[in-house]
Design a protein around this ligand. Structure first.
Ligand SMILES: Nc1nc2c(c(=O)[nH]1)N[C@H]1C(S)=C(S)[C@@H](COP(=O)(O)O)O[C@H]1N2
Ligand SMILES: [Mo]
Length: 245
């Protein structure tokens, strides 16, 4: 809930164009669960939880800015190389590895899964933090539930366009706030931010949130991914500042 001294009009004035548009598209958010955009200060950021939204546990912290991070109200674009071009008509998502039966989904198949909303903050290792993001998509548990895991499936290797991968333990992949998303703050996710489908792993630095996902591989062994083999920390907990090896 907003601080009582911050009126709805002050909020919209201060929010900047992007967040103002987002708020207009998400009346539920405006009424309940924004903090105060653009402030890193000690202003209260108490969250009122709405029943149809999954709140990442870190948004309930009194201080939502991890050590060494600075809040931004913009959304920088980062990736290795250029953004791909993707046509949803021939988009596929494969589930492979330690599963009883590998599965390939079309974009239509994927979009027909039961949808969820996640509200979270994102923390890039380059030190920016963006609070108050609402994602629409499909929970990691929902997607995992489409296959039967073998007993030795202990890690998830997330595959993306151009050979990009990132790795997570199963227990870091399955929390309810991990979501494959196609929409941010009520607006379809642009290709620059990983559309038509990307992963969001709120409790890790943002490099684990693969853009342009093409599939997941369940593995018995860990397989450090693109950034993890280029100096970034395998565990990537922003609250422990696990930035580098
Ligand atoms: N496919 C792919 N996903 C990726 C990356 C990448 O290089 N390729 N970079 C990661 C890093 S380091 C960051 S900080 C975020 C940036 O996402 P954004 O451009 O939407 O802010 O994407 C992550 N996901
Ligand atoms: Mo990053």
């Amino acid at each position: 809930m907003l601080d009582k001294k911050v009126t709805r009009r002050d909020f919209i004035k201060g929010a900047g164009a992007v967040l103002a548009v987002a708020a207009a598209a998400s009346p539920a958010l405006l009424s309940g669960c924004f903090g105060v955009p653009g402030k890193t200060s000690s202003l209260p950021t108490t969250i009122t939880q709405l029943p149809d939204i999954i709140y990442s546990p870190d948004v309930l912290r009194a201080n939502r800015i991890p050590p060494g991070q600075t809040e931004t109200s913009t959304w920088p674009q980062l990736q290795a190389g250029a953004a791909p071009s993707i046509n949803t008509a021939n988009w596929t998502f494969t589930i492979t590895g330690e599963v009883e039966k590998p599965l390939t989904l079309s974009y239509t198949d994927f979009m027909a899964l039961p949808a969820e909303k996640v509200f979270c903050d994102i923390h890039c290792v380059t030190a920016w933090t963006r609070l108050n993001n609402l994602w629409d998509g499909f929970g990691s548990k929902t997607v995992t539930g489409l296959v039967q895991l073998k007993a030795d499936a202990k890690f998830v290797i997330v595959h993306a366009e151009n050979g990009f991968t990132t790795n997570l333990s199963i227990s870091d992949f399955l929390p309810p706030d991990v979501i494959f998303t196609y929409q941010h703050d009520g607006t379809p996710l642009g290709i620059e931010h990983g559309g038509p489908m990307r992963l969001i792993v709120p409790q890790k630095y943002f490099w684990k949130s693969a853009k342009w996902v093409t599939g997941i591989e369940f593995s018995a062994v860990d397989k450090p991914g693109f950034w993890e083999t280029r100096g970034y920390n395998n565990n990537a907990d922003p609250w422990k500042a696990e930035r580098f090896h």
